[in-house]
Ligand binder design. Structure first.
Ligand code: MGD
Ligand code: MGD
Ligand code: SF4
Ligand code: MO
Length: 734
């Protein structure tokens, strides 16, 4: 008998034959990892790797980034523009000219008949910043509709709104390096290990070097909660109450940072007076966290030499989203934790370029964080673009979540959807379907032609994806980074930038306004518009005038502000370190946050909280990760996390299908029994079509118009398994 290593065949990893590495940045989440794509001698992509010299990821990538190069030739990609016949019977390939002419003519026709705002545009957080800037120019300066918004209303709108209310401007003040300096980190509704795995890795590395308390506020035992020192399983939608109670303790015990409050904030007395009513004894009955724990956490946070908060959708996607953000900012201002190493209010952004769209797309205003409501801003942009300032509306139009109801009422007749998939991602699918069916004209611009929303379109524009294009992204920590053009566009798809430019040429104003031919040309315009001061004299923090594509590539990303006068390649890791804020008084606003309970609550008829979110291997509506075998294999089927005790009471078995019903509709999903969720809650990843959003209510935040995706109620029943398979097959095959 032969034993031992010498008789075994060694594992041989075949050489990938990389002839050239090309620099780019990941196009999924907002962590902003630098990627190198490896090409062989025939210029075919053979592999990818994380860039070892990039400060963000230092060579690491998560499962999505490492497999991202497989998406270029994935099934369902759009190859030719498509056009629908009058009777909605055929959807045939056509030329770009015909598709673009038809679209321009239809837009003009609708606007002539019903007014300019009757044609709406909904875009995304996933285009390149230069594309956002160009689309903004087209929407605001050429087509001239005020009903122009992005899917960031489903995502970051509450963070934007909260930052503006507290600090006078959008822009996360902190950075990943803060983990290295903090003495306490509190995470609200954010599951870093799955949703921002490389930010999590940075946090974990900091924790391994120097332990500090990690406090996680989440109704589920998420992966981050599992690694936390303290987990606060909060009652959904009540984070504001928890924070008010923490502020109550901090102020009562004199733990606030008096010098900071005095020097850099206004409104302390109003907050102090409000939080007097939120004693831990009272608050515990609302937020579900016991009074001793509230006191303990408040003391740990306030006594830490530097403490920071991060948050994501558990806060933003709530009827108290904007208030939640303003209250997290209150907590950090009152404890003197803004703009200092390890002391911050850092919103963890969602999509790869949700920041870029906030900064430059003109969705909620004009480029470079300018406001439609501000005359000076309107004049400045009109002058630069060479149009009459009166062409601009004087206040912002409808948000995405108000555009769909305006289709229902007939106010909006035409819609152009760019890089978002509302049939799967918006709350209350039945309502969205009805709205889309009602439109006189719908254009879909997407990388994939099999995207669900495309079922209702009249024209389809096939877009090029990621490294088939060139331009920039801004990540969570305000770092602008470069996407290099590695491959030519797939088949007859075109970069979004090209599509916007071509459409502009078909309108009168489009002939007058200059549209640069290259993305670098658009970047130069943005650089110019980022210089100088705000109207009341405060410096413009969103200053990228010192950047260039070459510098971005050399630095592997630069954080704004990075001014023309700045030397070297290092941007600004933090905002507001000097305590000067872009408000009229230069002080930040402490805002009292009242709590009112307006969420749909579990009741006898619908006894479970319905929570939703994400898993690590999938991105959003799975148009990309659903087609990459090594991502999809982990969770190819719609499923739901359910507590075993609750399942037992209902006679529901692990891995069986159940029917969920809410006041909006029903969905059939497979059950995964787990203690991650409490007995009265279920959690469904929202990645699957015709699933959780058939059930969600999506009440809107009054400031940000963001839907409360994560707080509504549902009923669960066991269902015949053959029947379940039939329903699912019917709903997913179109
Ligand atoms: N793998 C992967 N990564 C992604 C994405 C993806 O699709 N897949 N998408 C990206 C995008 S666009 C976004 S916006 C981010 C989202 O990133 P996250 O916000 O981290 O992800 P979610 O799973 O949506 O929600 C986080 C948690 O909020 C909790 N939650 C629900 N209700 C409440 C509440 O009332 N209070 C609190 N405190 N918590 C609550 C949920 O239980 C959930 O665990 O991820 C980004 N990264
Ligand atoms: N129930 C529930 N619903 C949710 C959420 C939740 O937590 N729960 N989260 C919400 C959040 S935070 C978000 S961000 C939204 C996301 O919702 P969506 O934006 O609808 O989701 P995606 O699947 O990312 O859609 C992006 C589309 O753009 C296409 N695309 C990708 N790159 C390009 C490109 O370069 N050009 C063009 N033209 N197209 C491109 C993709 O193929 C895809 O169809 O979902 C929201 N919906
Ligand atoms: S963490 Fe985000 S940016 Fe980094 S590789 Fe993963 S998906 Fe891409
Ligand atoms: Mo998002």
């Amino acid at each position: 008998m032969l034993f031992g290593r010498k008789n075994r065949k060694p594992i041989v990893i075949p050489s990938k034959r990389v002839a050239e590495w090309k620099y780019t940045t990941c196009n999924y989440c907002s962590t902003g990892c630098s990627i190198e794509i490896g090409l062989d001698e025939q210029k075919k992509i053979v592999t990818t790797r994380g860039h070892a010299g990039a400060d963000v990821n230092r060579g690491k990538l998560c499962i999505k980034g490492i497999l991202e190069h497989e998406l270029f030739e994935s099934p369902g990609r759009g190859t030719e523009p498509l056009i629908r016949d009058k009777h909605f019977e055929s959807f045939e390939p056509t030329s770009w000219d015909h598709a673009l002419d038809t679209t321009a003519n239809k837009i003009k026709e609708i606007q002539a008949k019903y007014g300019r705002d009757a044609f709406a545009i909904v875009s995304s957080g996933q285009l390149l910043t230069e594309e956002f800037y160009t689309l903004g120019k087209l929407a605001r300066g050429v087509i001239g509709t005020n009903n122009y918004d992005g899917n960031t209303t489903l995502c970051m709108a509450s963070a934007v709104s909260g930052y503006k209310r507290s600090f006078g401007a959008d822009g996360p003040p902190g950075c990943y390096d803060d983990f290295e300096h903090t003495h306490c980190l509190m995470a609200f509704g954010s599951n870093l290990p799955e949703q921002h795995p490389i930010i999590y890795w940075r946090l974990k590395e900091a924790l391994e070097k120097r332990h500090f308390p990690l406090i996680v506020v989440d109704p589920r035992v998420t992966m981050l909660a599992q690694f936390a020192d303290i987990h606060l399983p909060i009652t959904p939608g009540t984070d504001c109450v928890l924070i008010n109670a923490m502020l109550h303790v901090i102020i009562k015990e004199g733990l606030q940072d008096r010098a900071y409050i005095e020097a850099h904030t206004q409104g302390f007395d109003d907050v102090a007076s409000l939080v007097r009513d939120y004693s831990p004894e009272t608050a515990q009955h609302i937020c579900g966290i016991d009074e001793d724990t509230i006191r303990n956490v408040a003391r740990i946070y306030a006594k830490a030499p530097a403490a920071m908060s991060i948050w994501t959708m558990g806060i933003n996607q709530s009827t108290h989203g904007s208030d939640g953000v303003a209250n997290i900012n209150n907590l950090n201002m009152i404890t003197g934790n803004i703009g200092k190493p390890g002391g911050s209010s850092l919103s963890i952004t969602g999509q790869c370029n949700a920041m870029g769209t906030r900064e430059w797309s003109s969705c909620s205003g004009l480029p470079g964080y300018r406001y439609l409501e501000n005359e000076e801003d309107r004049n400045e942009i009109a002058d630069f673009w060479g149009i009459d300032p009166e062409f601009f509306p004087k206040k912002r139009g409808l948000a995405e979540t108000d555009i769909f109801p305006a289709i229902e009422t007939g106010e909006i007749k035409g819609l152009w959807i760019v890089a978002t998939n509302p049939m799967t991602s918006m709350p209350n699918t039945a309502r969205i379907r009805k709205a889309l069916e009602k439109l006189d004209f719908l254009v879909i611009q997407d990388v994939y032609e099999d995207v669900e929303t495309n079922q209702y379109s009249h024209v389809y524009f096939p877009a090029s994806v990621w490294a088939e294009k060139e331009g920039t992204h801004t990540n969570t920590e305000r770092r602008v980074n470069l996407i290099s053009n590695v491959l030519p566009p797939y088949k007859n798809s075109k970069p979004d930038f090209w599509i916007f430019n071509q459409l502009a040429k078909r309108f009168d104003n489009g002939q007058m306004i200059h549209f640069p031919e290259t993305s670098e040309g658009a970047f130069e315009e943005m650089k110019y518009l980022s210089k100088g001061q705000l109207s009341h004299g405060a410096p413009r923090n969103l200053d990228i005038s010192g950047m260039s594509y070459d510098k971005l590539k050399a630095a592997k990303g630069i954080q704004w502000p990075f001014r023309e006068s700045d030397e070297g390649l290092k941007g600004s890791p933090r905002l507001y370190s000097d305590g000067v804020f872009p408000t009229q008084s230069a002080k930040a606003n402490l805002i009292p946050i009242y709590f009112y309970n307006n969420n749909e609550q579990p009741c006898d008829e619908y006894p479970f909280w319905l929570n939703s979110g994400r898993v690590v291997e999938h991105f959003h509506t799975r148009t990309r990760t659903g087609k990459i075998g090594n991502c999809n294999k982990f969770s190819p089927t719609a499923y739901m996390e359910m507590n075993p005790d609750a399942a037992k009471a209902l006679g529901v078995k692990h891995q069986s299908y159940v029917r969920l019903t809410s006041r909006r509709g029903d969905a059939v999903v497979m059950v995964q029994l787990t203690q991650r969720v409490p007995r009265n809650m279920v959690f469904i990843p929202f990645h699957y079509h015709d699933c959780v959003n058939r059930l969600t209510l999506g009440l809107l935040d009054p400031y940000s118009r963001q839907p409360a995706f994560k707080q509504c109620s549902t009923r669960i029943e066991a269902i015949d398994q053959v029947e379940a398979a039939r329903i699912n097959a019917e709903r997913r095959a179109f």
